[in-house]
Every structure is written in structure tokens, then in C-alpha cells.
Write a protein that binds this ligand. Structure first.
Ligand code: G4P
Length: 536
């Protein structure tokens, strides 16, 4: 039987971050293919059209061809146990994406060779940097014409402020590369032109760059160009230092094509060697090491109605320390309750399975009887620790929401309550109290669409939604304690609401109006998030 430390050391838990269409779905599928978790990679299109794929459970995703919610996939490769956290790749900001990153130990930044560093990638990269998550880079779509690899290195540095260290280098002529050069081993790997269109593992040939056979295969010109590039990289480039990767100063860079499988295996193998095993986490009682024998975990995501037929609600937890066993009793720090973890689920390739044990780095889905909330700590010993650093996201867009049919009020309130617990939206109550309407705050407008869709499909409620002209929310407090509405001055163009914990919040149009009301209420503190929360 393997020890806790052995189990921890073989785990790699990471997220793939990218702009939509960079190839995240394709790469994920190919990693599963190489891990033996699936045997024939279907085309992305086919997968997107097949509703039952785990990460595509919502109809809205199918319609729009995007992954709105995130899930996790687990597979084994070469002695490693891999957990891929699937982050939504749509244009909008989503809190869900950021929360998912909280559960990752590293991230793979996928870049389209033709497009370079795009907007969404930038945002996600900064979250990783801020959270100290090491970022690896995979430059995708090398089967097509794109930017020159040296220019891409430069772009990454200019746009993201991080140096790139190519772990391998594409060989051949732009648009029709034939292989990659492994800088550590001074080895070339040439991929066969496969007729299988990337549905199966791509055969390749490996050897030393100076072998006559490879010189002949590449042709004198391509061979010389490769030697020149490598010389330039060795001379002018950085030295590889993993400490810099950990500090967010350097990103190991790989090249390949998720579609044709070119470079996928070299990436996977080197990435697994370099990527960190589950990291220690900060709790109120100090640093919690994964090898701490007392079980601990935090909930980073809640998903209601994953299977509409069963109306279930799953809480996804990331294990931080100790060993998890099915049926164990744990303490839920926030409520002080003891919970028996009876039906833990894990997600393997395309299906969920019941699991008996899990280790730090693993993600376990628990049936949630309505106890769990996002950011909650679960621990094997009572009052031992609470994880503190769960971020809160200030909403930036607001709408007033009410049911079209007042007869559906009960279902409406149930739906709004559950979707709030799930963290899909933030809900506020207008200070001119009216049970029939809620003020909803989101980070990205797609969340409004998802809310509307899910209320209709899962709770049978059609809603009326009126967008409000506010762009900034501030929690109001003062040295003297809670702020009384009647003491506030010049708030006519703002809206005063209460959050779910009855804290007073002002919604204002923009930063300029905010400054204006702040000047007129100097005794009031205007906080970006509630006083006890941490902002991202
Ligand atoms: P996403 O999850 O990041 O949004 O990207 P996804 O994998 O869905 O890929 C987006 C598009 O890019 C798909 O094309 C996919 O086939 C293509 N793609 C992914 N990897 C590569 C690659 O290495 N090379 C090339 N040339 N294309 C790649 P599509 O036209 O939207 O779909 P389909 O018709 O190919 O299925």
C-alpha cells in the first residue's frame, strides 16, 4: 500500500487557461487520449454536439458551443495521477473560473500560434500570477501558419511581463513543422504524418539532433536552421530556473498542435515532471501541509441540478491534507455540524464514479444536502482550522429580477436562493423591501443569461429582468458601526440594497459618481467587498 506522501507526490492538479477557440477542449481531449482514459478522440465538434459529455451538461453550452460551467477530469499517466480542472473559456468574466483556479496547483496557458496572447488569457494569467500559481505555456495550432516562435516569446514578455523559456522548439518550416527539439536532452522528435486526423496517438521517431539519419530526414537547410535557432536560444535566452517559474517570472514554453497530436506527448511528459505536486495552503491556524494526517478540504464550487432527472446538488471540494475515505465523518467549519461523506463522486473521462478514497490534490464531488457553501472548510478534527484565502469578486453589472407570473413566486425564491448558494450570481434585496424582486449582481453578463435560462429550465420560472445602470458596488461601514440609511447624504442617483447577510451596499453608476458620494459622506467607509472578505 502506498503512503500518503507517495500519493501526494504523484498528483498533478492543474487548469488550462485560454481565450475561447485556442483549443482547450481539443487539448483536454488529447491529454485524455494519451492517458488512455479515452481510446479514440472524437472531433471537437462531435463532442460539443454530444450533450452527455461531462463538461457540457448544460443545454446553453450546447447551443452556444461554449463551456459555461467547469468540471474536473481525472486520469493516470506514467505513474502520475492527473486532475484537470476545466475552466470555462467564454469571453465573459466569470467568478466560477477564478474559483476553479483556487483549486489548481499550476496552470497551462494555451496560446493560438496565429493569435498570440489574447484578452481572456491575459485576465486569467493575472489571476494565476496574483495567486502564485506557476504557469506553463503551450503554443497550439502549429499545423497552421502563425507567428514566429521568437516573436511569441517577445509578445509574452511584453504583454504579460513574464519571460518564456522554450522547453522544446518546433522543427521545420512554418506552417508545416515536422517535429520538436527537446532542449534538455538535445533530442529531436519527428512526428509521422498521420492519416488518422488526430483521433489516435501519433507515432514519432526520436534521436540525437546530430544523428546523420535525422540530418538526412530534415534536409541540410532545415537542420541548419534548427541548429542556429537553438544556438540563439542558448546564448540569448534565460537559464532554466524553476524558482522563477514558481515566482511567476518565467514560463516553460512548449509547442504543438492539439488537433494533429503533434507535440502533445512531449508536452505532457515534461509538464508532469516539472509541475508542482499539491502545495501547502494557508489556514487561520497557519500553513497546512498536504502530508498533515488530518483530513482537510475546501469547497470551491457548487453545482445544482447537474442531472436534471435527479435534481442533485454537488459540492466540489479540493482536498488539501490527509486521506479521504468514503463514509468518513467530517466537521463543517462554518456550521459546526458533523457531516458524513457518504457518496463521494469522482469524474473520470466521461463519467462519474463512486470513490472509496482520495488524496490531497484530488477533487471530490459530494452530494450536498444544502449544507455547503463556496469557500467552506471541511476538516477531520473539530475547530482545527479554517482556510481563509477564498476570494470574493465585486459585481460589476446589475439587474432587477422578478417572476413574470406571481403565482410562481415560491419556485422563484427557491431558484434564486439555490443559485446564489451555488455562487452563480450575487443577490441583493432592495432597501425599499419587495419580496417579489431581487437585485442581481454579476461579474460578466453571460451570468444573466445563465440565470434566466436555469430559472426557466430547472425551476419552471420565467423572469422579467431589467438591467440597471450601475457599475460599482460598495459595502458601507463606519467606525461607529453599521451605517444608517437616513444618515447618508446625496445618494439620490445611487441605489441602496442589502446583501444576503443584511449588510448595506450602495450601487453607483461609476467610479466618478462613487468619488462624488464618498466626498459627501466622509464618515462612511466604502468597501469593495465585505470587511471580512478578500478581494481578487
Ligand atoms: P476551446 O475549447 O479553447 O474553445 O477550443 P476548441 O478545442 O473547441 O478548438 C477551437 C477550434 O480550434 C476548433 O475548430 C478546433 O478544431 C480548432 N483547433 C484546436 N486545436 C487545433 C490545432 O492544433 N490546429 C488547428 N488547425 N486547429 C485546432 P472548429 O472549426 O471550431 O471546430 P471543428 O470544425 O474543427 O470541430
Amino acid at each position: 500500500m502506498s503512503s500518503l506522501v507517495e500519493e501526494i507526490n504523484k498528483r498533478r492538479t492543474f487548469a488550462i487557461i485560454s481565450h475561447p477557440d485556442a483549443g482547450k477542449t481539443t487539448l483536454t481531449e488529447k491529454l485524455l487520449l494519451y492517458g488512455g482514459a479515452i481510446h479514440l478522440a472524437g472531433s471537437v465538434k462531435a463532442r460539443k454536439a454530444q450533450k452527455h459529455a461531462v463538461s457540457d451538461w448544460m443545454e446553453i453550452e450546447k447551443q452556444r458551443g461554449i463551456s459555461v460551467t467547469s468540471s474536473v477530469l481525472q486520469f493516470d499517466y506514467d505513474g502520475f495521477r492527473i486532475n484537470i480542472l476545466d475552466t470555462p473559456g467564454h469571453q465573459d468574466f466569470s467568478e466560477d473560473t477564478y474559483r476553479t483556479l483556487m483549486a489548481a496547483d499550476s496552470a497551462v496557458m494555451l496560446i493560438d500560434v496565429a493569435k498570440g496572447v489574447e484578452e481572456q488569457t491575459k485576465k486569467l494569467f493575472y489571476v494565476c500570477k496574483q495567486r502564485g500559481i506557476p504557469v506553463f505555456t503551450f503554443v497550439n495550432k502549429l499545423d497552421r501558419f502563425g507567428k514566429n516562435p521568437f516573436d511569441l516569446m517577445e509578445e509574452i514578455e511584453q504583454v504579460l511581463g513574464i519571460r518564456a523559456y522554450p522547453m522544446n522548439w518546433p522543427i521545420g518550416v512554418e506552417g508545416s513543422y515536422v517535429g520538436v527539439y527537446n532542449r534538455q536532452l538535445a533530442q529531436v522528435e519527428l512526428f509521422e504524418k498521420s492519416g488518422a486526423h488526430g483521433t489516435t496517438v501519433l507515432p514519432s521517431k526520436q534521436g540525437n539532433v546530430n544523428d546523420e539519419e535525422f540530418k538526412a530526414l530534415l534536409g541540410a537547410e532545415v537542420h541548419q536552421a534548427l541548429i542556429d535557432d537553438i544556438e540563439l536560444l542558448d546564448m540569448a535566452g534565460d537559464t532554466f530556473d524553476f524558482d522563477k517559474v514558481r515566482k511567476g517570472e518565467l514560463t516553460p514554453m512548449f509547442f504543438g498542435s492539439a488537433m494533429s497530436n503533434f507535440g502533445v506527448r512531449p508536452f505532457l511528459e515534461e509538464f508532469l515532471q516539472l509541475a508542482p505536486a499539491p502545495a501547502p495552503r494557508l489556514a487561520d491556524s497557519g500553513v497546512i501541509y498536504p502530508s498533515d494526517p488530518v483530513f482537510s478540504a475546501f469547497v470551491f464550487k457548487i453545482q445544482a441540478n447537474m442531472n436534471p432527472a435527479h435534481r442533485d446538488r454537488l459540492a466540489f471540494m479540493r482536498i488539501c491534507s490527509g486521506k479521504f475515505t468514503r463514509g468518513m465523518s467530517v466537521y463543517h467549519a462554518r456550521s459546526g455540524k458533523t457531516v458524513k461523506l457518504a457518496q463521494p463522486q469522482q469524474f473520470l473521462a466521461q463519467e462519474r464514479t463512486l470513490i472509496d478514497e482520495a488524496y490531497p490534490g484530488d477533487i471530490v464531488g459530494l452530494f450536498d444536502p444544502g449544507v455547503f457553501g463556496i469557500g467552506d472548510t471541511i476538516c477531520g478534527e473539530k475547530e482545527r482550522l479554517q482556510f481563509r484565502d477564498f476570494p470574493v469578486f465585486p459585481p460589476e453589472q446589475f439587474a432587477r429580477v422578478q417572476p413574470k407570473d406571481t403565482m410562481r413566486r415560491k419556485q422563484f425564491i427557491k431558484g434564486m436562493t439555490e443559485l446564489t448558494q451555488e455562487g452563480a450570481v450575487q443577490v441583493f434585496r432592495p432597501s425599499d423591501y419587495s419580496v417579489e424582486s431581487f437585485i442581481v449582481g454579476v461579474v460578466g453578463s453571460l451570468q444573466f443569461e445563465v440565470l434566466e435560462y436555469r430559472l426557466k429550465n430547472e425551476y419552471g420560472v420565467d423572469i422579467l429582468m431589467n438591467r440597471l445602470p450601475y457599475g460599482v458596488a460598495r459595502w458601507l461601514t463606519s467606525q461607529a458601526g453599521p451605517v444608517e440609511i437616513k444618515t447618508l447624504k446625496n445618494m439620490e442617483s445611487s441605489m441602496l440594497v442589502f446583501d444576503i447577510h443584511d449588510r448595506l451596499v450602495a450601487l453607483v453608476n461609476n467610479e466618478w459618481s462613487l468619488n462624488w458620494v464618498m466626498e459627501r459622506n466622509p464618515e462612511v467607509e466604502f468597501l469593495k467587498v465585505p470587511a471580512d472578505a478578500q478581494i481578487i
